[in-house]
Structure formats: C-alpha cells, structure tokens
Ligand binder design. Structure first.
Ligand code: HAM
Length: 433
C-alpha cells in the first residue's frame, strides 16, 4: 500500500524566510542602522519577544491592539507577541526608576508581530529600528532623532529627492481642537489619523457620528491642510496652542540650522495611530508616497506614568526593515552582497588531514576559511571556492611549494604565488583586492 503523500510545510502568511542571500541584505540594513545609531551616541538594548498582554492593551491604541498575536501560556498567563517596542522600553524605564541616569539615548532592532493584512511593505512579522531619547523635554531630542534619520537614510545612499520627513505636533492639534470646542481630542485622533485614507464624505460622517459639528470638521480640514506655521498662528489664541506652535517652530529652526532643511517639511495631516503620543510627531515618506511610511515616531511624555511609574518624558521613532528594503531596491541602492571568505584550502590529492590542519591554522589567525567536505576533483573545489567568494585558494599539495610554503592563487587577479602562512596573511592584508 502506498503511503499518502504528506503536504510540504508552508511559510505562515506575512512572514519571511531568510536564506543566506536575504540574510546578507538583512545584515547590510542592520549593520548600517547600528553603525549610525552608535555614531549618534545611542546604546543598544533588548527585551523579550513576548510580554504580558496588558502592557499593550489600553496603551498602544485600538488599531495595534486589534492586531495583537496573543495567547495563554500553560500557567494561564495572558501574553502577547510584541507589536512594537515602545511599551517594553517604558517598562524597562519604570522598573529601574531613578537608578538610570537621565537623559539617555537607546536603540534596539526588535522583531515585531502584527496581525495585518499582508501586502507590499506590510507583513505580520518584521524588524524595526527604534531610537529613543528618554528623560528630557528639550526639543534638542527631536532634532537629534531627526538628524539621525537623515544621516541613516543618506548612509544608505538616499537623498532629499528620495524621502522627506513630515513634522507635526499632536499637542498643537489637541490645543486647537479644544479651542474649536472639541472636548476630548483623544476620541477623534483615530479618525484624524485615517483622514487621508478615507473619502472626505466618510471622514465627515465619522466625525459627525462622534458628535462634532460640520463647522468644526471644516476647521479641522483647514488646520490639517495648512502649509505654514504663520497660517496656523492666525488660527489660534490660547497660550497652550501658542506654546506648542513655538516648540514646533524651534524644532524647524534647529534642523534648518543644522543644514537638514531640505529633508523636512511641516505636515499637519500627521496625527500618528498610536495613542500615547503627546507632543511633536513625525513620519518619513518616500517623495513619491508610493509606499507606507518608512519611519514614524514622536513624543510620549506620559507613557511611563501610565504604566504606573514616575513621569519620564520620552521621544523616539521606529523604522521598518520591509519598507526600507523596498525603497532601496526601487532606487537600485542594494550593494553587491555576494558571500566573502578569505581563503579556500584545496587539495589535488584530497589530503583531508592536511587540509583540516592548515584551515585551522589560518582560522587561529582570524581568517575566514572554507575547504572541501568530501572527496572531489580540483575543478569542483575551485567552483566551491568561487561560489563562497574566496579571495585566495591555498593548495596544500601544490607541486612547486617547498617545505612550510604553499602555492596560493588570488582568484580575482588569476595570479599564482608561493609563500608561508605568514606571507599569505600579509598578502591578504596588504594587497588590494
Ligand atoms: P509605527 O508607526 O507603528 O510606530 O511603526 C513604525 C514603522 O514600522 C512604520 O513606519 C513601518 O515602516 C514599520 N511597520 C509598522 N508596521 C509594519 C508591518 N506590519 N510590516 C512592516 N513594517 C511595519 C511604532 O511602532 C512606534 N512604537 C515607534 C516609536 C518608537 N515611537 C516612539 N518610539
């Protein structure tokens, strides 16, 4: 009797496999993220991939909560795979209380999970660089983060023609909403955040349903479409609104003085979907706006307090790997990411004991070394050396080699040499590849 054919296992929807080829791209992105984060003085941290469910419910905002992957563990604890890093960061800060010296700048590259409708740039499992400045209300923090975003995207090869950072202020919006008679701004943020994703009619009817008047909705539209802070200045009068506007103006002045003016713009249509933002908010988009935001963030001065800790101001952003990789591909900015090793140890006679000994001698000198793993013809060994990106092939049994010297071939130049282990190490160090 023939056995029923088993169905081959498949990849869960919205997740990715990282074969070595994709892993090279992933590492290229992570290495660049880490290098620039460190250049700006951010220190790396991590947390667990799952947290107590209640860390996210009520704090992150309805949209993200509806996308949670949550489960009960064997001890009946309600847990969730993290959909974002900010609540974990706030928990870390609350736990340490006054024992962490503030202000400080931290970064992390968490793997995150959101039950989203999987599509281009939107997956159910993704990575996100997080940069956060904790413990200061100074707008220097926002300026530092925005400078880091620019430096990072420029490091990837992008320019001001490719992306822009739209900046807004939830505080200004909140105070304006209060000025026009909207008593609970928190209630309308989700609708305002979706404003450009729905029709004007649908936007109006959602706000009417929330109890707003048509005249208030018109004012909100005018506010969100304003292109200059001077325009807004004529629309506000409360000291809180004026203070929020001045903070925004200070940030623009600071960034323009740094020379990053071409990368930023006022965009009062930005509200951000997450519930905890309290001040300046920003999003990074490709100029063509052909994809979802590359990054988004803002100030969240009450999150630690809402988690039961002291009030600790914070501001930060998240930048997703999926959108960034798509953008780099679209702009042809993925460098040549072939595998690379220093040496491949080959043997005409398949003399494995010699191959192993020599390979390990080079590895002790910190070189990356490969060799054949089974008896094979030299031509196949050479194919393996090439596909593994070896710079040189060393022959353990080259005929012209004398005692303690080896014949070796520089694969990119096609030239043969003879030398000792030390000579080969020196050659790799000094000879341009
Ligand atoms: P967020 O706007 O939800 O912010 O996400 C930031 C970025 O993560 C997005 O702009 C996008 O590039 C990427 N991203 C989000 N969801 C997905 C997804 N399903 N698939 C692929 N990429 C995605 C936050 O998460 C905040 N916690 C950021 C933050 C840090 N705010 C302050 N500090």
């Amino acid at each position: 009797m023939s056995k029923a054919k088993r169905q081959a296992p498949t990849l869960p929807k919205g997740t990715r496999d990282f074969y070595p080829e994709s892993m090279r791209l992933q590492n290229f992105i992570f290495d660049t993220w880490k290098r620039v984060s460190k250049r700006f003085g951010y220190e790396e941290y991590e947390g667990p991939i799952f947290e107590h469910l209640e860390l996210f419910t009520g704090k992150s905002g309805d949209e993200i909560v509806s996308q949670l992957y949550h489960f009960e563990d064997k001890g009946n604890r309600a847990l969730a795979l993290r959909p974002e890093m900010t609540p974990t960061l706030a928990r870390l800060i609350v736990q340490k209380g006054n024992t962490i010296k503030k202000p400080f700048k931290w970064f992390s590259i968490p793997r995150l999970f959101r039950y989203e409708r999987a599509q281009k740039g939107r997956l159910r499992e993704f990575f996100q660089l997080n940069l956060d400045v904790i413990g200061t209300e100074s707008v220097f923090a926002e300026a530092d983060l925005i400078s880091a975003i620019v430096a990072m995207l420029v490091e990837f090869g992008l320019s001001a023609d490719d992306f822009s950072i739209g900046i807004s202020s939830r505080e200004l919006l909140a105070n304006y909403l209060i000025e026009i008679g909207v008593s609970d701004p928190n209630l309308v943020y989700p609708a305002l955040d979706r404003r450009l994703k729905t029709s004007p009619e649908a936007f109006l009817s959602t706000l009417l349903e929330l109890g707003l008047l048509e005249t208030q909705v018109q004012k909100i539209n005018t506010f969100m479409e304003s292109k200059s802070l001077n325009e807004i200045r004529t629309m506000i009068s409360s000291p809180n609104s004026i203070q929020a506007l001045n903070d925004l103006q200070n940030l623009f002045d600071l960034i323009e003085n740094t020379g990053f003016g071409p990368y930023i713009g006022l965009d009062l249509s930005i509200v951000r979907g997450l519930a905890y933002y309290t001040g300046i908010v920003f999003e990074v988009f490709d100029r063509a706006k052909s994809m979802r935001a590359i990054a988004g963030g803002g100030r969240y001065d009450n999150l630690c307090e809402n988690l039961g800790g002291q009030k600790v101001p914070g501001v930060g952003f998240g930048m997703g790997d999926v959108v960034l990789a798509n953008l780099l591909k679209d702009h042809d900015l993925i460098p040549d990411l072939h595998p690379k090793i220093d040496l491949y140890i080959a043997s005409f006679t398949n003399d494995f004991p010699k191959v192993f000994v020599l390979a390990n001698q080079f590895r002790e000198l910190h070189l990356n070394v490969a060799h054949p793993l089974e008896i094979t013809k030299l031509s196949k060994q050479m194919d393996q050396a090439n596909s593994q990106g070896a710079r040189c092939v060393v022959y353990v049994d080259g005929e012209k080699a004398t005692e303690n010297t080896y014949e070796f071939k520089d694969l990119s130049k096609g030239l043969m040499h003879i030398g000792s282990i030390q000579d080969i190490v020196e050659y790799l160090k000094n000879e341009p590849s």
